[in-house]
Design a protein around this ligand. Sequence first.
Ligand SMILES: *Cc1c(COP(=O)(O)O)cnc(C)c1O
Length: 461
Amino acid sequence: MRYVSTRTNTSPMDFGEAVLTGLAPDGGLLLPRSVPHIGSRLPDLQSLDYLEFCTQVLADFGFAGEDASLLIRRAYASFDCKDVVRFESLSHAYLMELFHGPTLAFKDIALQFLGHVFEWLLARTGGVLNILGATSGDTGSAAIHAVKSRARMRIFMLYPKGRVSRLQERQMISVDAANVSCLSVDGSFDDCQALVKTLFADLTFKAAHQLGAVNSVNWARILAQTVYYGYAALNLGRSNSIVPVVPTGNFGNIFSGYLAMRMGFPISRLVLATNENDILARFFETGVYKRGTVQYTESPSMDIQSASNLERFLYYLFAEDGERVTRFMKRFYECGEARLEPAERDHLNDAIRGVRINREEMHATIKAVHEQSGYVLDPHSAIGVAAARKIGRELGHATPVCLATAHPAKFPETLHKIIGEWPRHPRLDALVDGRAQVTEIPAELGALKAHIEGYPSLSDA
Ligand SMILES: *Cc1c(COP(=O)(O)O)cnc(C)c1O
C-alpha cells in the first residue's frame, strides 16, 4: 500500500514513512493511493473479536505481519474492556463507548496505537523523537499516556498554568515516567501554542533535537479509528446499515468513519454533530467553509475554528484532484473563507449530514437520558445523542450509533450542574493523592529551549 498527499505533489510512501512524516512535504495530508474494499469478505469478518478484526483491517492498509498483530495487542492491553469498545442501547439509538482507555477519552484508541507504532518504527530506523505539544486540557493526557515509558521517545507537554481543570492537570502531572515532562506555562493556551509553533519553525533546533508531533492529522490515528466504525457496522448493522453520529471538532474521528464507509462496510451516512462552534455544520449545509471566532463551551474538545482533517474529505469530494484541494485550502487560509462550486455541492450531503446543537439542547439530552435510563452522558457524547434525536426521522431504517467520546467523570462540575450528581471513576479518584511531576516556566522561548536542552540526548539515554 502506497500513500499519497491530498495535494498530490509528494512522492508516494509506504505505511511507516506516512506515519513518521505526519504532514506531507507539500503541505497536504496523507491518504492511501486507493482505499481497500471489503467486498465479499464481510461475512468472514463478522466472527472476529475486536483485536483480530483490527489486525485484518490494518493489514489491508499496509501494516501487516507478526509484529503488527503483537503491537496491536500491546497497544490495547491497557484498556478496561477486552474488546476495546462497548455497546449500550438507549431507547432510540445505540451508543458505542470509546472511552475505556487509560485517560477515559476516545483519543486513547488512536494514541495508544500511535505510541507503539512510533516505538517500533524508530527501532527499525534507528531514530529518536522528542515530541512537543501544547494542550488546553484533554489531548495532553492522552498523548502523555501514549508516550510514557516507550523507548526512543520523550514528550514535552505545555499547558497554561491555572487554566486547565484540576482533574485534567492531575491526569498529566501524576504520570511517573522519566520520559514525560509537563510544563506549566505562565501564560494562556495561545501562548503555549505559539511557543510550540515557533520552536517547530526553528529548523536548526528542530533537527538538532529531533522534534516531532503527535497531532490529529497523523495517518496512524485516523486508521486506528476506522476500525471501530467497521466493527460497529458488523455488530449492529446486520439487517440494516448503520448511521454513526459523531461529536466533531477537528474532523479526525468522523473522517475515519467516512473511510470505513468507502471501504464498503454497511454505513449509509454519517451525522456530524457540533456545538456552538459550528463551522463544519455550516459547511455541510451551505458549501461555504468560513472561519469564525472560537466560543468556549462545556464541550471544550469540540471548540475549534478550523478542522485540520477536512482536507482529507475534500480530496474525495473533488474526485482526487490535488490542485483543486490546494486552491480551496489556500483560499481558506488567505481569506478565512472558501466556497464549493455548485456542482460540488450537489453531492456534499450524500455522505455527511451536519447538525448544530446548542447548550440548552445538550443539557436537555443529558437530563432526559438520565431520567429515562439512568445512563450519564458526558457533554461531548450528549451533543451526538441530541443530534440523533433531532434528525432521527431522516434516518429511515438505518440504525443510529452515537459515539460516546469521553467518560462523564471527566466533566464532574458540568454534570453536577445538570443532573445533581457527581459522576465518578475509580481511576480519577485515585489521582488525587498521586505524585506530581511538573516544571513551571515563563512564556518565553529561551526558557523552553533551555529546558529541552537540559535533557541528555535520547540516543545516549
Ligand atoms: C477530540 C474530541 C472530540 C472531537 O474529535 P475530532 O476527531 O477532533 O473531531 C470529541 N469528543 C471528545 C471527548 C474529544 O476528546
